[in-house]
Design a binder for this molecule. Structure first.
Ligand SMILES: [Zn+2]
Length: 109
């Protein structure tokens, strides 16, 4: 059993990083929208860049959702249990992905 307090701290730290990253990506994309370049190739590059930024933002928000779910499981005392088969999730897996909700074999299948 992994110490709940340590896990909560890890998850919350990660969440703060992700919120900062998502907000930064959103702000960067918004900023670029203000000064639209006249040059077509520059416009294309900016659009591509905005797509990258949007990708970063949505990936970060998706991970935040998973962290929120993990924090909820932690509060309900269900953290570290596979949502599919109910067994303990392997410790190395939880250390690698603190918000993992499935054990290795359920995640693989
Ligand atoms: Zn499982």
């Amino acid at each position: 059993m992994i110490g709940a307090a340590g896990v909560q701290e890890t998850l919350q730290q990660r969440r703060e990083e992700l919120v900062a990253r998502a907000d930064r990506a959103r702000d960067d994309a918004a900023h670029r929208g203000e000064a639209v370049s006249q040059d077509f190739s520059e416009q294309a590059a900016e659009r591509q860049n905005d797509e990258v930024l949007r990708g970063i933002e949505s990936a970060a928000r998706a991970e935040i959702d998973r962290i929120d779910e993990a924090l909820g499981r932690l509060q309900r005392g269900e953290y570290g249990l596979c949502v599919k088969c109910g067994r303990d999730i392997e410790r190395p897996r939880l250390e690698a992905i603190p918000y993992a909700d499935r054990c290795q074999s359920c995640a693989d299948h």
